[in-house]
Design a binder for this molecule. Sequence first.
Ligand SMILES: Cc1cc2nc3c(=O)[nH]c(=O)nc-3n(C[C@H](O)[C@H](O)[C@H](O)COP(=O)(O)OP(=O)(O)OC[C@H]3O[C@@H](n4cnc5c(N)ncnc54)[C@H](O)[C@@H]3O)c2cc1C
Length: 507
Amino acid sequence: MEEILADFIVVGGGTAGCIVAARLAEYGFKTLLLSSGSNDTTNLLIKQKSLFTELLQASHLKHYLPHMPLPNLNNRTLNLIVWNSLGGSSINWGGMERMMKSECDLFVNASGDQSFSFEHMSLYYKKVENFTTTAPFPVDGIHGDNGPIHMIHVDEPAFSRVWKKVADELGETFSDDLAGSIDYGFSFEPSSFVNELRSWSASEYLIPALDQYPNLTMITGATVTKLNVNPITKHIDSLLFVSSNGCFRAVAQKEYILSAGTFFSPHLLLLSGVGDPELLELNNIPVKHILKQVGKNLTDNGVVTVEYQTKGLPVGQCIPIALVNRQVKTTDTNADLFFVLQMDHATEHLYILIFNGLPKSRTGSISLYNANPLVPPKVTLNYLDDEKDIEAFIDGINYMRRVMSTNAIEESAKVTEISPGLQERNLDSYIRNTLEPAHHFIGTCSMGQDAETSVVNKDFKVHGLDNLRIVDASVFPTGFVSKAGPCLTVYALAEKAADVLKQEYSR
Ligand SMILES: Cc1cc2nc3c(=O)[nH]c(=O)nc-3n(C[C@H](O)[C@H](O)[C@H](O)COP(=O)(O)OP(=O)(O)OC[C@H]3O[C@@H](n4cnc5c(N)ncnc54)[C@H](O)[C@@H]3O)c2cc1C
């Protein structure tokens, strides 16, 4: 079998993987990126905002992720999306939020490392950002204007006045910028679609790095099937991957970086004999290293959409959002609902996405159907397992009804609720019939301080293994729910991990 050598091997050319690979190459290391997907960075279907709903139907660019019908959702199955294309899930709706300060504190507590604090993480967010705004306030000092990812914060005076008045009428705060000192309340969302074109990790980090650094090699269509873990030395000796050209072995002389995402990073660990011994034995996989938390703690907000017909609402390109508490005045620690307002200008229909910021249902998990690496992982989802989550969404729908009947909205536009519709008495059933994944899946290789309760440590190193790190959305700590989107944080974590590696190996 042909063998390939590199200093670092990055598994998965997704959101985080493209950044880690590009940075390691920039820092002078011989880097190999293996990604199961294709390179579609010039494909308009992926780049253009107006084609995103069409892209969502394109099954050839996705991983196949089936799951059992969900009794809590009236036996529906959901369309789980992981793009099998360079950039992975950074091919998304484009919402770019940072963690709130209180969320950074959760990271600090879980990892025991102050370098996850709000102040310190801000340096990595800035490193990612190439930020512009139309808002009439200075952004100096908060955002980066020199990073690879282009993002724009659109604040239109006509609707800004309305949105501020809505907040005021409801006794809530308006924040000019959620990345600033007030990280909750009514605001506008920065987007990674600039001039209708997507800016994502493949286009902005990886492709330029491939042009610039001869020490960076990428193989697409390469599915990693196994990490060869030595159970005595706890060293990864090599990995195996398959592509249309056959089976290959690759060896990292420094480290392996697993960036296959929340579904596939734990899957590959389990296939390699790293995980809960009961599950491994059940699937006839020899146990190489016991780590019981692998695949546990699959977390997502879930999203329910309400639809309004509007006339005259002065929303142009801005994306109104609200991160609020549904019962009492919002503070920096109690926000439990996140709203995103999306206007379809052709039909003048307004879609309001309601994200559950604090789900109470049991978390889900990633496990195995069998030991075949080409069979997708077994995904268990527990949306609406706890009645309190139904209540949260009902409160969310009613909260938006209050928003739509404020004087501020009624004076500026005519809005009529289409769905669920004011005549709909059974909101419980509406929610069970329409809830969709928010695709903010995190937590299946959680960060923490010991091998009993987590999978990786503060430096992204897998507990007890010598030369393996995980850098992707799976490392969010247990109990963490990304209130808004996790994408910008995954970018920042990838920059942080690359920095850790640079410091460790440049000594
Ligand atoms: C449809 C959608 C919309 C979203 N919208 C938003 C939003 O608006 N705002 C926001 O903040 N977040 C959003 N998110 C969430 C956010 O994009 C993700 O949390 C984040 O991108 C995850 O990044 P990752 O690096 O963990 O994984 P991914 O980006 O999924 O990368 C994993 C990569 O690994 C590859 N891979 C998997 N297995 C293997 C293997 N065995 N061998 C080789 N390669 C492998 C995959 O092909 C994939 O490319 C959205 C997600 C989706 C799917």
